[in-house]
Design a protein around this ligand. Structure first.
Ligand SMILES: N[C@@H](CCC(=O)N[C@@H](CS)C(=O)NCC(=O)O)C(=O)O
Length: 329
């Protein structure tokens, strides 16, 4: 049996839990402070941590998705068609690395969210233990997270771009989910789980939740559908089927913000600089150089390079239209 150690306030935990549920991989969900003490034993101290049936511990949800694909064949979340599988991967990566800034910004920029969420995260970690312990932890955790805002690019100066970008993604999803649930078929792919992880928190945190309810009511409700899709029985779209407008719009958003972000991060790292800056639609964005996102860029390029010529012929026009082609080659 697997055990997933995570937290209700952790987007990546919600993402992996929904995947295990959809895939009907029997598991225990263990949430609270234990997840952090286990993650401290791993190379990157991040949650969630998945314990395999043999007791081995691992984290980082994207590689874990592929490890689970190797171990379990039923109810795969990687589209069968290599072209669609690549596009779904791009959306998942974009959600993990960019949409997470919306999650972090909505949570830690405003007083109302800082207060509510630091208290709830303390409550989740200790499940009781008294208000004093929770107050101490929530104050420390809040200070720590707020102190990291500039490093991860979630500042008041950057937030207009993050918010505009998030709203374009939500607009696309809102138009989509009233017609159909999933992007690449009548079953979910890693793309929806990546988006769901980050957006799941926008459905909880006070400011973001109010925005979701008011402006994206069906996407807001859809989050609860994705949370446990274990009852979904579906199929992938037939190879050659048109890519859904929502998937195109989300890829175009990746082209608009994520591609320049990845390239500027890589250029700054190469030049030995500590921070980088981009501007999209006249809106500024600045943050510290991140090594992990160098890995993401290399991974995307590697996956693209490994695609057969006939697959590239299918996706190149789509990637080109979305502004996601040039940086891959
Ligand atoms: N790429 C990782 C990211 C995981 C991640 O950033 N987790 C956050 C919580 S949602 C974390 O543990 N951050 C470390 C910390 O806050 O100390 C994944 O996909 O699992």
């Amino acid at each position: 049996m697997y055990t997933l150690y995570g937290s209700l306030g952790s987007p990546y935990s919600m993402k992996l839990r929904a995947i295990l549920r959809y895939r009907r991989i029997t598991h225990i969900w263990s949430h609270g402070a234990i997840a952090h003490s286990l993650s401290a034993k791993l190379k990157a101290p991040v949650i969630p941590v998945l314990e395999f049936p043999d007791g081995e511990l691992a984290n980082d949800t994207t590689p874990l998705i592929y490890t689970l694909e190797e171990r379990h064949t039923e109810r795969s979340i990687v589209p069968e068609d290599a072209a669609m599988a690549f596009l779904a991967h791009v959306i998942e990566d974009f959600a993990d690395e960019w949409v997470t800034k919306a999650m972090f910004g909505y949570r830690w920029l405003e007083e109302v969210d800082q207060k509510q969420m630091s208290e709830w995260l303390a409550f989740d970690a200790f499940k009781g233990g008294g208000i004093d312990q929770m107050d101490t932890f929530s104050t420390q955790f809040r200070e720590r997270q707020v102190g990291r805002m500039a490093l991860v690019g979630c500042t008041h100066e950057n937030f207009p771009l993050i918010e505009a970008s998030t709203r374009r993604i939500l607009d696309a999803l809102e138009a989509h989910v009233v017609n159909e649930h999933w992007l690449f078929g009548t079953r979910p792919s890693l793309a929806e789980f990546g988006l769901y992880g980050q957006l799941s928190q926008l459905g909880v945190d006070p400011t973001a939740q109010a925005m979701m309810r008011a402006d994206y009511p069906y996407t807001y409700r859809w989050l609860l559908h994705v949370d446990d899709p274990s009852g979904i029985e579906g199929a992938w779209h037939a190879p050659g089927a048109d890519l859904k407008p929502a998937a195109r719009a989300i890829l175009a958003e990746a082209g608009r913000v994520y591609v320049p972000f990845l390239l500027a991060n890589a250029a700054a790292a190469e030049a030995g600089e500590a921070t980088f800056r981009i501007e999209v639609d006249g809106l500024p964005y600045e943050q510290g150089v991140f090594k992990y996102q160098l890995k993401c860029l290399a991974d995307l390029r590697g996956r693209y390079a490994a695609l057969p010529t006939e697959t590239r012929a299918i996706i190149d026009p789509v990637l080109g239209e979305a502004g996601c082609l040039d940086f891959l080659a």
